[in-house]
Design a protein around this ligand. Structure first.
Ligand SMILES: [Zn+2]
Length: 576
């Protein structure tokens, strides 16, 4: 013993304990995202776990004779990318009308698609679509029932907005739902009306349920296909982990089914919906009580992670709960509209206390500044009454936090490992024109303040909120840096550049910081010995390439737990 220094002994032990690599990646630029942001040349993997990271010669020394070799030929590898907020399903993309198609530039383009779909449908059958956004239409206004009625007199139509917080029904669908001139707004919902007080067809928040509850659900087979599609599409984008917000027992059993069949090549951390009442929250608590608590999981692939609560609505619908009234068309005022909470704020506080006291992780949807304040203060109160480190309560979206909320999050993170924004930089791009119009010029500058987070030591998780924005993480990496809206209706840089960050921090938010919000930072999120080999290989080097090309990077190879789950047909890298 005395012959060895402590360091040498530790090294010798780790060498003896870790097996020879059965797979090595060589000749690359490995962006490890370790604490020092090191860049290496090669990685050694044994039984799906990383055992060596370093130079080619260091790693080759650790390889078994028969080891498989992936020659990166100068390509760049990163940890597999993780989305901390994605509605993980492509069933609508497979079976419904896609109105997010960039070729849709005006209202008549939408009407034409509906007309085609109606022509192929039986009279009376539902026609559904999703993904529209008035910020991208030349008319810069909602689609109304009157726009649709002409082409759909004998079919109910429902077109969901890209945010999922509102949509438009035609008159046939409104009739089925019993919505007429005299119908009152349901709690936490808005039936949009014209000057004569007639419903326009646009239904926001809980009001949309009046129609959507009548649309037949997709079959099990369709949902299974939609889930298999997004798993494959994630892998194709170098994405290997996701936090799925807002599932119920049905989605959970579908996950269990795919997991049992070995088809879950994306690690999934789920949040169960808590509902809007104390009773609904109790029900969710009972469901979760029978499932393993994070970081325990079904072999690292599936976690019953915690609960999702909605505090407010959407920045697109101007229903998010604000301290100041909403704007309209940037400088116009939406007089008297401050948005509203999605549930009684006092009940929210009770729900938080109930879950927190039971040791359950909570992520709450909060877009408006007033909603965010209420959420962080509720977390702080629960943590003060029962101090518990490591539950990582999240603030989903966290779009325009006040100075108070920012200070509170910094404090909660340090003191309790809680209070993490789960943010979507692509909002600034995909629905950026809509947002710029609704927030107005002053508030826009405070939207998603990443630079301030860095200055305050606040860590966040990146994400897409798919199907609100497209899920490929390359868009979010880019948007985190440039903060530019798609069309520039209210200027090319309405959100300013002061809160932009560099690609190093952006990558962190989609890797190791995201892994932390999945309770998996000891298992994934960086390329370091001891971690599972979730690795993405790219055609370009994120750290040195021109920023404006980041949305166009291509994944060549994706590994999950050391297994190749995607390989591009024209990949430059070789595998033997
Ligand atoms: Zn969402």
């Amino acid at each position: 013993m005395a012959l060895f220094s402590a360091g040498t002994l530790a090294q010798a032990q780790s060498r003896a304990a870790s097996p020879e690599a059965d797979l090595i990646l060589v000749n690359g630029r490995i962006l490890t995202v370790d604490a020092k942001d090191s860049v290496a040349e090669a990685v050694g993997i044994a039984g799906g776990r990383i055992v060596a990271v370093g130079s080619n010669s260091e790693v080759k020394k650790r390889a078994a004779n028969q080891a498989h070799v992936i020659d990166l030929r100068g390509r760049t590898a990163t940890p597999g990318l993780i989305d901390t907020h994605c509605h993980f399903q492509e069933v609508a993309a497979l079976y419904d009308m896609d109105l997010s198609d960039p070729s849709i530039r005006q209202l008549s383009d939408v009407v034409k698609r509906v007309q085609q779909k109606v022509a192929a449908a039986q009279p009376g059958a539902w026609v559904r679509g999703s993904g529209w956004d008035e910020g991208k239409l030349a008319e810069l206004r909602y689609i109304y029932a009157a726009d649709l009625d002409r082409v759909s007199p004998n079919n109910p139509v429902w077109l969901m907005h890209t945010t999922g917080h509102y949509g438009v029904a035609n008159s046939y669908a409104m009739k089925l739902a019993g919505i007429a001139r005299g119908t009152k707004d349901p709690p936490a919902g808005t039936i949009d009306r014209d000057r004569e007080n007639n419903p326009t067809g646009v239904l926001k928040e809980s009001a949309k349920d009046l129609v959507t509850a009548r649309i037949p659900a997709h079959s099990h087979e369709e949902q299974r296909n939609g889930l298999l599609k997004i798993i494959a599409d994630f892998n194709r984008e170098g994405m290997t982990g996701v936090k799925d917000p807002g599932i119920g027992p049905g989605e959970w059993s579908l996950y269990r089914e795919l997991h049992a069949q070995g088809k879950l090549t994306v690690r999934v951390f789920t949040l169960f919906l808590a509902g809007t009442t104390v009773d609904s929250a109790r029900q969710t608590l009972r469901t979760l009580a029978s499932l393993p608590r994070p970081p325990q999981s079904f072999d690292g692939r599936l976690l019953a992670g915690g609960v999702k609560i909605f505090m407010d609505g959407s920045g697109g619908a101007r229903t998010a709960w604000m301290h100041q009234q909403w704007n309209k068309n940037s400088t116009g005022e939406d007089t008297g509209n401050y948005g509203y909470p999605a549930l009684d704020p006092a009940i929210f506080r009770q729900q938080v206390k109930m879950f927190h006291d039971a040791g359950i992780h909570i992520s709450t949807h909060a877009v408006g500044d007033r909603a965010i304040d209420w959420v962080v203060d509720s977390y702080a109160a629960a943590l003060q009454s029962k101090p518990t480190r490591g539950l990582r309560h999240g603030i989903i979206h966290c779009n325009i936090p006040t100075d108070h909320a920012i200070e509170a999050m910094a404090k909660l993170q340090k003191q309790y490992d809680a209070g993490y924004p789960e943010s979507q930089a692509p909002f600034m791009w995909w629905i950026g024109d809509n947002y710029a119009g609704n927030l107005g010029p002053e508030r826009c500058l405070r939207l998603i303040p990443f630079r301030t987070y860095l200055a305050k030591g606040i860590q966040w998780g990146g994400g897409s909120d798919y199907s609100v924005t497209p899920f490929p993480a390359r868009y979010g990496l880019w948007a985190s840096v440039v903060r530019r809206p798609m069309r520039g209706v209210y200027g090319t840089q309405p959100f300013g550049v002061a809160e932009g960050i560099d690609i190093h921090a952006a990558l962190r938010s989609y890797t190791i910081w995201a892994a932390h919000q999945l309770f998996q930072e000891d298992r994934i999120g960086s390329i370091e010995p001891g971690k599972e080999a979730d690795i993405a290989v790219w055609d370009r080097d994120l750290y040195t390439m021109p920023t404006d090309e980041i949305p166009h990077i291509k994944c060549e190879l994706a590994l999950v737990g050391g297994r190749i789950v995607y390989r591009a047909e024209d990949a430059h890298v070789t595998v033997r």
